[in-house]
Ligand binder design. Structure first.
Ligand SMILES: [Zn+2]
Length: 113
């Protein structure tokens, strides 16, 4: 994993995701990314939807914005209304397991409302 893990056990209270930095519950969505591969270890394609509803698709190969190791992933970026810090929740697959963590956000493509 190339990015820093902020929290390896995302906290959910009463069905609400909690900010890993301050415990706040008012989180704003940013970009949603879907990382997919035709087969294990194949090149990665990323489909992104930003907060304006713009859709983009890109073959990204192996770089810092790719949270997958061999399979697929979904990331949702968040900004906390209380502490203003940003993070993303990752749901990724690795060796048949599904892993959910909060991590930092790659520097490219940061955008929030
Ligand atoms: Zn916070």
């Amino acid at each position: 994993m190339k990015r820093k893990t902020v929290c390896d056990e995302p906290k959910i209270e009463n069905g609400e995701l909690i900010c890993p930095f301050c415990g706040g519950e008012f989180l704003h969505h940013g970009i949603v990314n879907v990382y997919t591969r035709r087969e294990e270890d194949a090149p990665v394609s990323r489909v992104s939807v930003d907060d304006d509803g713009n859709l983009s698709t890109k073959q990204i190969g192996d770089n810092d914005s790719d949270p997958t190791e061999r399979r697929g992933a979904v990331t949702i970026e968040f900004r906390c209304e209380q502490c203003e810090r940003k993070f993303q929740m990752e749901v990724r697959q690795n060796r048949g397991r599904t892993i959910i963590i909060n991590s930092d956000i790659p520097k490219k493509g940061r955008k929030y409302t």
